[in-house]
Design a protein around this ligand. Structure first.
Ligand code: SF4
Length: 311
């Protein structure tokens, strides 16, 4: 069986930074660290930190006063920052700078009197955080149909922002619908969908025509991983989003001669390697890597980490 290994795949610069940040916080403070929501949307990573004594919470109210609270890569709303301040928590912000960029755009547009149309998935941590920057001035849409239902007129001051991990194709369909209905809509200066999301999708789109099956390493709540699996479905082949090698099922490979393997931006490489090993051992897999673009993005750790005490 031919196994095409997509590259780039897996960890992006934002996920790398968030994980390094939490590793460093644990080194400095020990196990009594709290993280608002999952540090990144990946089961393996969350379990690793839980074993090290890190506690993941859904509200700053769950954190004992004076403790260390880390904000995850997806970003938080000003309301959560205030709740953390009110409890006198020592906070470290591991928000990906590319998410922060969208927050800053939301703040600027709202200050300039725009109503913001945010393209994103309801309930996703990043969307909740971005909407929280200007809740009165933001409306969420997910599809071109949602755009048709918007109550605004052609004279309203409108701006558009997007979640960073959307399907590039789906987002562009929604943006086209917005531009058609509201030609005056302002767009941010630079694309909100991040480089990592774009590159991983582009790589899968270019390779998917050569295979009969797509395997994506990633968790079900990882937005960018789900978008990768959807590309397989769009191209009419079976596509599975899996957390690891244990989820592989032999009947997926019956009559299959070619497989494409990739990983979402929050899935560690060790999980990919375990899957490749199994494909080689049990299914006669011959792996070839296909690199379609290079990535050299790096984000520095947040400065407030330096203030955390040593153990
Ligand atoms: S997927 Fe993109 S926006 Fe999200 S953490 Fe990675 S680089 Fe940042």
């Amino acid at each position: 069986m031919e196994v095409l290994l997509a590259s780039p795949r897996g960890f992006c610069a934002g996920v790398n930074m968030a994980i390094e940040c939490l590793d460093e916080a644990v080194r400095r403070v020990g196990s009594g660290i709290y993280v608002y929501h999952e540090i990144v949307h990946n089961q393996y990573i969350v379990e690793r930190f839980t074993k090290q004594g890190v506690t993941f919470v859904d509200s700053p109210d769950e954190v004992p006063e004076g403790s260390v609270l880390l904000f995850s890569a997806h970003g938080v709303s000003p309301e959560i920052r205030k709740a953390a301040r009110d409890r006198r928590l020592q906070t470290v912000d591991a928000t990906c700078p590319l998410v922060t960029k969208v927050h800053l755009e939301a703040i600027r547009f709202a200050r300039e009197g725009y109503h913001i149309i945010l393209i994103g998935h309801e309930g996703h941590d990043e969307v909740i955080g971005t909407m929280g920057e200007a809740p009165e001035s933001t409306t969420l849409v997910e599809s071109p149909e949602d755009v048709e239902r918007l109550p605004f007129s052609e004279s309203d001051k409108l701006a558009c922002l997007t979640q960073t991990t959307l399907s590039v194709d789906e987002a562009s369909a929604v943006i086209s619908a917005l531009r058609r209905r509201y030609p005056q809509v302002e767009m941010p200066k630079k694309e909100d969908i991040c480089y990592a999301t774009t590159n991983r999708q582009q790589t899968v789109k270019e390779l998917v025509g050569q295979v009969q099956l797509l395997l994506v390493l990633g968790s079900q709540n990882s937005s960018n991983s789900r978008r990768l699996a959807e590309i397989g479905e769009t191209h009419g082949i079976a596509a599975y989003l899996i957390d690891g090698v244990d989820e592989l099922q032999a009947d997926w490979f019956a009559g299959v001669e070619s497989v494409l393997v990739t990983a979402g931006a929050s899935a560690p490489e060790i999980l990919v390697q375990e899957v490749l090993q199994r494909l080689e051992q049990d299914f006669g897999g011959k792996v070839t890597e296909h690199r379609l673009s290079e990535e050299h993005v790096h984000f520095n750790l947040p400065r407030e980490l330096q203030q955390l005490g040593q153990r």
